[in-house]
Each structure stands twice: as structure tokens, then as C-alpha cells.
Design a protein around this ligand. Structure first.
Ligand code: SF4
Length: 226
């Protein structure tokens, strides 16, 4: 199964400046360039994915590659989809260790932000690769732990499905199913004409990572009105 080493994950300097609320003048540009100059060499964006098919469906989940996943939302999203791409993506642990070692909290935050932006960029590259190679059209993704309907414990069957891919990337699960390095993302990519994002079903207030407005009607349509 494909391992994508040295995945491009360029960070847009202007977007980075905006995320850190650095000034738009030369001083802000120089500060951003200095931080990125220290952070970017510590990134190691890599991804591993599988090309799989849905084996079976029941009322509350799906089976993929012989591994059962319990989620009504995943089940609904894969209702008419056969081909799926379980994946794992990381930017490695060097930058987050460097961030933790910073005495200056603002610099620590800047390093964390750089890692988050790099993982987002690497994710876009992974999707583009799958679209190009498999001709899937638009892709959406779901990740264990993004909704109570698909809890973090489901990292267990996902990592089992990924087999030695996680080891190849140097990513492991803790006993509480968190990934180490933290700056890693796992999930299942699938073709979808209408973009799906878990954020639309998630009522969590004031989430800094929100990518779509909460839509109570959509949440109810997925059977999550409780
Ligand atoms: S709103 Fe925040 S917590 Fe909810 S799914 Fe989106 S990123 Fe995750």
C-alpha cells in the first residue's frame, strides 16, 4: 500500500501571519519568516493510505478490509460508496518537541500553528494524489473522535486496518487512543459530490478548528438529534 514520503506541505506566509495576528508591515513579515525558517526544517510530512472497499453494511456501521467500524454517520456517508481510502498523515514529532521546549509561549503557539498549517497542506496534497491516481472526483473524510457518533476508540480498528503503515510513519496510539506524534491525522477518505465535514454535525461552541457552521437540521438528518 502506498507510502507518500516527503509530501509537499508548504505554509502560506501571509496566512501564517494572519493566524498569528502579526502586523502587515515589514516587521510582521520578518517575524513570520524567522519563525517559519526555524519551524519548517523540523517538519516531516508523510502519509500512508490504503485502497479498500466496503465489505458489508448494517444499521449502525460498516466493515472495511475485515475491520468493523461503528458509526451511523460513517454508515450513511458510505451508503452508496464502495471504494474508500483509510489513511494516516503526520508531520512527525520534531516540531512539536521543539514547540514544547520553547520558554516563550507565543513562540510555542507559533510553532504549533505552523505544524497545524503544514498538516492541513499535506492533507490537501494527499487528497489531490488520490483524486489524480484513482479518478475519484471530490473527496470528503471522517476521523475517529471527530463526533461522539464515531468515538476515539475507533482508532483501534482503523490502526489495525492500516497495519504496519503506522509503524512506517512512526505514529503510534496511546492506551487512550491518542496519536503520538500529536500532529497526525487519521481517518477514511471517500468520494462525495457534496462536501461532508463533521463540523456541520458538531454542536461544540467556540471551537478554534471549526471548518463549517453547525447545522442542526443536518445533524437531525444523520439521526444525531439526541
Ligand atoms: S467543530 Fe471542532 S470539535 Fe467539532 S468536529 Fe469541527 S473541529 Fe472537531
Amino acid at each position: 500500500m502506498p507510502l507518500l514520503d516527503a509530501l509537499p506541505a508548504s505554509i502560506d506566509e501571509k496566512a501564517f501571519r494572519r493566524a498569528l495576528r502579526l502586523s502587515e508591515d515589514e516587521g510582521g513579515a520578518a517575524a513570520a519568516a524567522e519563525i517559519l525558517g526555524a519551524a519548517v526544517p523540523l517538519l516531516r510530512p508523510r502519509a500512508y493510505f490504503r485502497d479498500d472497499f466496503v465489505d458489508a453494511r448494517d444499521i449502525g456501521g460498516v466493515t472495511i478490509g475485515g475491520r468493523a467500524f461503528r458509526s451511523r454517520v460513517l454508515r450513511a456517508n458510505l451508503d452508496t460508496i464502495e471504494r474508500v481510502f483509510p489513511y494516516l498523515l503526520t508531520v512527525g514529532g520534531e516540531l512539536e518537541r521543539a514547540a514544547a521546549a520553547q520558554d516563550d509561549l507565543l513562540r510555542q503557539y507559533a510553532f504549533e500553528t505552523a505544524a497545524d498549517m503544514a498538516i492541513h497542506a499535506a492533507g490537501a496534497r494527499l487528497e489531490a494524489h488520490i483524486r489524480r491516481v484513482f479518478g475519484t472526483g471530490s473527496l470528503s473524510a471522517m476521523s475517529p473522535g471527530s463526533l461522539t457518533d464515531w468515538p476515539l476508540e475507533e482508532q483501534g480498528p482503523l490502526f489495525a486496518l492500516l497495519g504496519d503503515g503506522a509503524e512506517k510513519l512512526g505514529v503510534r496510539l496511546t492506551e487512550s487512543f491518542l496519536m503520538v506524534p500529536r500532529k497526525s491525522v487519521s481517518g477514511i477518505l471517500f468520494a462525495s459530490e457534496e462536501a461532508f465535514t463533521s463540523c456541520a454535525l458538531c454542536p461544540r461552541p467556540r471551537c478554534p478548528g471549526r471548518r463549517a457552521a453547525f447545522d442542526p437540521e443536518k445533524r437531525a438528518a444523520f439521526g444525531l438529534e439526541d
